[in-house]
Design a protein around this ligand. Structure first.
Ligand SMILES: *Cc1c(COP(=O)(O)O)cnc(C)c1O
Length: 217
């Protein structure tokens, strides 16, 4: 299946970059995909998945978590503060921590629950007005604010602008992470995950190259 091709390509990219095999986590992005395509990937043994919408994820993953032990679920879509509680019930990682209001609510929830998901700060590396994420110029300050709220950060995430060379964006994310002492880099999608691995991605988010095109109709 396509999953195996992607895993082979990830290992080749790790090796080309002089990185250890298996140093990249493959997040299979299953949003909007028909359930049969997702269970096929679960049956193949893969356990790390990404979703973009809290409601959609809530409709399918609780049952699959029971059927397939070891599932790890990553939230990749913009997160509204009023969806934070159900999101924390569902997800093991949040890649879209991007603003003070969300960080404050998250900090309160983490305190109340006594557990914290993996947290990635999303950086809008292209400074695109329609895109979520902290602006690059604000990233250091926002990271410091999150830490002041006692949030433990895992790393950074970016989605480079459509139609641009992603390499400078990956390089920028790596630099911001480096100067802030953050290890994890969530970057690279179906079209560019090998480039992202060359720039140090620890988490690649691959959807259509594994599952096929998404049908939004
Ligand atoms: C949908 C999505 C992906 C996967 O995109 P593909 O091009 O299908 O690999 C990765 N990251 C985010 C944030 C997404 O929304």
């Amino acid at each position: 299946m396509a999953l195996n091709d992607i895993i082979t390509r990830i290992h080749a990219a790790e090796s080309a970059a002089g990185r250890a095999p298996g140093s990249t986590t493959l997040i299979a992005v299953s949003k909007v995909q028909p359930p049969a395509r997702i269970t096929a990937v679960l049956d193949a043994g893969h356990r790390v998945f990404g979703e973009n919408y809290v409601q959609e994820a809530a409709g399918k993953w609780p049952e699959w978590r029971e059927r397939y032990p070891g599932v790890e679920l990553h939230m990749l879509g913009p997160l509204q503060t009023n969806k934070l509680k159900p999101a924390l019930d569902l997800f093991d990682a949040i890649h879209t921590l991007d603003r003070p209001s969300l960080a404050q609510k998250l900090a309160r929830q983490v305190q109340a629950r006594g557990s914290c998901p993996q947290l990635f700060v999303q950086v809008n590396t292209g400074a695109e007005p329609q895109k979520a994420g902290t602006l690059p110029a604000d990233a250091d300050g926002f990271i410091a604010d999150c830490r002041a709220l006692d949030l433990t950060l895992t790393g950074l995430m970016c989605i480079p602008p459509d139609g641009q060379d992603p390499a400078p964006h990956f390089a920028m994310l790596r630099e911001i992470a480096g100067r802030n002492g953050l290890q994890a880099l969530s970057m690279g999608m179906s079209a560019d995950f090998e480039t992202a691995i060359a720039f140090g991605a620890t988490h690649v988010r691959v959807g259509s190259a594994i599952f096929g095109a998404r049908d939004y109709t």
